[in-house]
Design a protein around this ligand. Sequence first.
Ligand code: ADP
Length: 471
Amino acid sequence: MKFEKIKKILQELTTYIPLVVTAVIAVFIILIIYNQTQQILKERLREKLIAIASTAALQVPAEDIKIMQKENSLTIPQISHVISIMKKIRDSNTNLKYIYIWSPNNKNTVSFTADAEMIEPVDRDGNGKIDGPEIPPKPGEDYDVTDLPAVKEAFFYPTAQNDFIVDKWGTFLSGFAPIKDDSGQVVAILGMDVEVSDYYKIITATFIPFLLLTILLLLLLTVQTVSLSRIWKSRVNIVKEIDRQKDELLGIVSHQLATPITSIKWQLEMMLEGDIGKISKQQEDYLKSMQSVIRDLNDLVALILDVSRIELNRVKIAKQDLNLATLFTEIFKIISPKAKEKDINLIWDVPNDLPIGKLDRRYTKMTLENILSNAVKYSAPKKNVELHVTIENNKLKCIITDSGCGIPKQDQKNIFGKLYRASNVINSVDGNGFGLYIAKGAVENQGGSIHFESEEGRGTSFFIELPLDQI
Ligand code: ADP
């Protein structure tokens, strides 16, 4: 019961697998697009910053810088001149927040030369004091630039950092350009930090509608999947119910037909035996032919009744003491004329000392008869049809082998299905496709098993096992 419930839940969940896969792909695509947009916008920002830094670097007088580097003092006039130029550059670029000059030092450090606020520091946090990072560094103070590869590059050409710097004042991108003297010698580098909050606003502005659209599409897809799966399930249930009702009807009809057919059969027999007076030769012939038709009709009705019983799980197995030797003799009497008629060589390997087993007589006989008749029916003249019977572990084992037309590979998985006939015989050999369906039902309802091996054009072997419940 629990297992059934879990199975049902799992089946339910498998409906959503395509949806989950779609959602994962959608998220993946959104992330790629987001990343790409970020890269493109960042690249534009870097290009812009490099252009501003290189133009600005040309405005700073290299000769003043040289003096500042030598003096390391805040009082020399060159300082106020350079600072006023830097302030002008800063004020003419809206998002430019910091501008500063660094001088070459050694491999991993540069020394601070000047920034726009070094004489008049700004109280950025508005606490009324110039404290923490607001205190400007002193000229000549060292800066470790190990993690700023762009600074080292800037001694050769204008460049910008690849990554943003995020601190409590905002998100910044830094750009650098060399300051050269008249002889082209690099004297220092000009650095500038640009606030890039707008950049995030742009990305969010493009990203959010896209994300909302994707979520909406996924929601629509979910609703569609759920309703489609519901429609599908109700369709399957309707088809199953129609099939069940059809089998029920077949069962009722064939059951109702059985009584009048039996009555006709008896009356024909009585007439043939002369119970209602002497009959002529011609009347006898007619009655005999009617008897044969009624026999076929009777078999067909019984067949349909069996099919509907198996389909509706209403097979009634009547196990009784069955003399297996007698059973196989009876079957031989039915099969051997058919084999003879087709010039088939029947190999009957049945032991003499068969026990008495507990089996349903009608179903067992019907199964063996059907498999053997098929072997004859689907074999060409002069071929062998073999029956090998053994008793092992209290089981009746029968192997029926022929070297007939075989069952094509693509039909094999359906061959025990109701009304199913293989493609290689459907138009050439008569049949109705009920036999194997009933055989399987008959064997399995007795606790046995049936399977086959077949190769198209080479032949077929059926393997039947029935537990004997020996007495
Ligand atoms: P049918 O009345 O068609 O023989 P069955 O249910 O007995 O119906 O068999 C179903 C199908 O299985 C047959 O139509 C045939 O295609 C295939 N089949 C059964 N037995 C054999 C066999 N011995 N050799 C080849 N094909 C077979």
